[in-house]
Design a protein around this ligand. Structure first.
Ligand SMILES: O=P(O)(O)OC[C@H]1O[C@H](O)[C@H](O)[C@@H](O)[C@@H]1O
Length: 306
């Protein structure tokens, strides 16, 4: 069976050997295994900390958590009762359906609607659908956000939100470079003062490394990224997700995270496409779709990039 659902966990298996596992908790993808043309044996492409909870007691420290409706600490007046990164990553989603099940693609849809628990801290009407699709060398995740308000009042009852896919890409962090962010403007969240964190910097590096504690929010970042290391890499292309965050805590911040395994920060880089500077806005009855496609890179790229 290409799609299995057992105790809150959904497994997608592709005819060519790739696979995905996701939890209904947070709709969090916790594993994506794929090979390349030259090395077809499927290997794990995502990082999950061995100290992470995966029992639904806390957001997963790894994989691909879904961030909605706020990124970081809430700043929008409608989000003030929410925790950092909102609620989508720690609510139990519903398995809705298998969308595709053929030799090319296996895909499923999960949904999340307001519950009493959500409404107590966030009273906007919404519907979320999350589609995860697996191809031989690719995973895609699409978040459909619908404003289900039926209000016809003026001004319109818009839904204003941020959304982001918090990809923990398994990689030798000290050898990683992220392209092409040169000359993009970014906000450096590692700065000590609020004033410095809110002052845009301009990226001067051709390839962005994470050898130091890095927490950078690139605005209008271009929508196509390569995360490469000697001998490997992934490419990420997006739709409607204008910004990208590059994050690695390194030891200095990593040791302070209770659910991070020792040295875990050496084994991943987070490259997180999202709409996180400002807010996406949808009118009543309308749907917004944010998408990413992550593909394995088959051939060494670093020779050309350096
Ligand atoms: O610890 P979490 O709430 O999962 O957040 C983990 C990280 O997420 C993003 O990458 C933010 O830019 C970081 O500032 C934050 O530390």
């Amino acid at each position: 069976m290409p799609v299995k659902q057992v105790s809150g966990r959904v497994t997608l298996t592709h005819a060519k050997g790739s696979s995905v596992e996701l939890l209904l908790y947070g709709a969090t993808v916790i594993s994506w295994k794929a090979g390349t043309i030259t090395e077809p044996q499927s290997i794990e492409r995502l990082f999950v900390s061995s100290k992470s909870a995966i029992d639904g007691s806390k957001p997963v420290r790894g994989g691909i958590p879904v961030i909605f409706p706020c990124f970081g600490p809430p700043s929008h007046p409608e989000h003030m009762k929410l925790a950092q990164h909102g609620f989508a990553r720690n609510e139990v989603w519903k398995f809705d359906s298998i969308i595709m099940d053929n030799d090319e693609v296996v895909s499923v849809r999960l949904t999340l609607e307001p519950t009493a628990g959500i409404t107590a801290k966030y009273d906007k009407p919404f519907h979320l659908a999350y589609i995860v699709a697996l191809a031989e060398h690719q995973i895609s995740t699409d978040l459909h956000v619908t404003n289900t308000s039926t209000s016809t009042a003026y001004p319109p009852d818009n839904l204003e939100f941020q959304a982001l896919f918090h990809n923990y890409i398994r990689a030798p962090a000290n050898d990683v470079l992220v392209f092409p962010l040169q000359s993009k403007s970014y906000f450096d969240k590692t700065e000590a003062s609020e004033e410095a964190r809110n002052k845009p910097k301009v990226e001067t590096r051709a390839g962005v490394d994470v050898r130091q504690f890095t927490d950078s929010v690139y605005e209008d970042a271009g929508g196509k990224y390569e995360v490469t290391w000697p001998g490997g890499g992934v490419e990420i292309t997006v739709r409607e997700l204008k910004d990208v965050v590059v994050w690695n805590p390194q030891q200095v911040a990593g040791v302070k995270m209770g659910d991070m395994e020792d040295g875990g920060w050496e084994r991943y880089v987070c490259v997180e496409p999202g709409h996180v500077r400002g807010f996406a806005k949808i009118e009543p009855g309308k749907t917004w779709i944010g998408q990413q496609v992550i593909s394995v890179i088959h051939h060494e790229r670093r020779i050309n990039q350096l």
